[in-house]
Design a binder for this molecule. Structure first.
Ligand code: ADP
Ligand code: MG
Length: 322
């Protein structure tokens, strides 16, 4: 199968590649054309996933597609943006019909879930690698950024942390667990669901936000640095899932939540006045700490004493600890 037939059959024909709101022209020309409503800004983000670095090889193509797109769209959620479209740059060792079929199905399912359209891409031969660029829209001036956290704000997260990192031994086939434990953990790794609705609801309320990809401590460090404040995290308030605690034990579960990464949940700073309404409306807003004057991230134990931090997230270049 040639490059053009492959693109046409598996991607241009996918239901997520059909016309949709905000897409004036999709796959097939030299560029796609997007329509951004007046008064809105275009939010753009790119992520690359490399086999053996970001996911184990061989990986289930259906799940790999879900993860690739979910991880990218999560950046739109973190800005409070609404998805419009995405491009897919796919580097493949070979064109295997079964693999492509399953990959396209996984992509379609996640695209549907996020209401985002496949608008173009590139297809090349080489070691398996996937690059997704997402495009979204957000009313001008309302994007959630990492700057703006104010002393006195609450520090919140959009739900339980650590599941994806805790799932790694399951992902790598090093350990097994009963379905009630392994299924929720594996699904948090392979099919992260971007918190798009939460991002939109937080517009004009959260003072700073991001999605947790490198681990809570490392990512909170980004908010602290960008906003010029200190973030205090109460260890006892970090939400952990029952499945993770059952699988890894309390101490390892906490470590996964603090430094594991791959959560793709939102972390944000919020003036306290908004908390009750958001929680009563059913939004997953969990308070884990607060913003103070100073710098950096401090973890506090039940007595309010600072807990020494060992490592703060994964980095591709340089050492894992800093
Ligand atoms: P060009 O040579 O102009 O860069 P290509 O031959 O690479 O165009 O691609 C033809 C069309 O197919 C373009 O619209 C491109 O965006 C799209 N395309 C290529 N690869 C993919 C892919 N993996 N997924 C979706 N669209 C793709
Ligand atoms: Mg091209």
């Amino acid at each position: 199968m040639g490059e053009f037939e492959l693109i046409r059959h598996y991607f241009a024909a996918a239901s997520c590649a059909q016309a949709g709101e905000g897409v004036a022209l999709g796959i097939g020309d030299d560029c796609a054309l997007l329509q951004v409503p007046a008064g809105e800004q275009l939010a753009i983000s790119t992520d690359t996933l490399v086999a053996g670095v970001h996911f184990p090889e061989p990986a289930d193509p259906f799940l790999l597609a879900q993860r690739t797109l979910g991880v990218s769209v999560s950046d739109l959620a973190a800005m409070g943006a609404v998805p419009i479209g995405f491009t897919l740059a796919l580097t493949l060792p070979a064109a295997q019909p079964d693999w492509l079929q399953d990959f396209a199905r996984g992509l379609d399912q996640m695209a549907q879930r996020c209401a985002i359209r496949l608008i173009g891409g590139d297809t090349t031969r080489g070691p398996l690698s996937l690059t997704v660029t997402v495009f979204g829209r957000v009313p001008a001036g309302l994007a959630l950024t990492r700057t703006g956290a104010q002393v006195g704000d609450l520090l919140c997260v959009g739900g339980e942390l650590g599941d994806a990192a805790g799932a790694l031994p399951l992902v790598l086939g090093q350990q097994q667990a009963e379905a009630a434990v392994s299924e929720p953990l594996l699904s948090r790794y392979w099919s992260p669901v971007p918190q798009l609705e939460l991002g939109v609801v937080l517009r004009g309320k959260a003072t700073a936000a991001l999605d947790i990809s490198d681990g809570l401590l490392a990512d909170c460090g980004h908010i602290a640095a960008a906003s010029g404040v200190a973030l205090l995290i109460e260890q006892s308030q970090i939400p952990l899932s029952a499945a993770l605690v059952a699988f890894a034990g309390e101490a390892a579960a906490l470590q996964c939540a603090l430094s594991g990464g791959d959560d793709y949940r939102l972390a944000f700073t919020l003036p306290a006045q908004y908390l009750t309404d958001l929680q009563q409306a059913g939004w997953p807003v969990r308070v884990i700490g607060r913003v103070a004057a100073g710098e950096g991230v401090t973890l506090l134990d039940a007595q309010g004493l600072s807990v020494p931090l060992l490592r703060s997230g994964y980095q591709h270049f340089g050492s894992a600890s800093d």
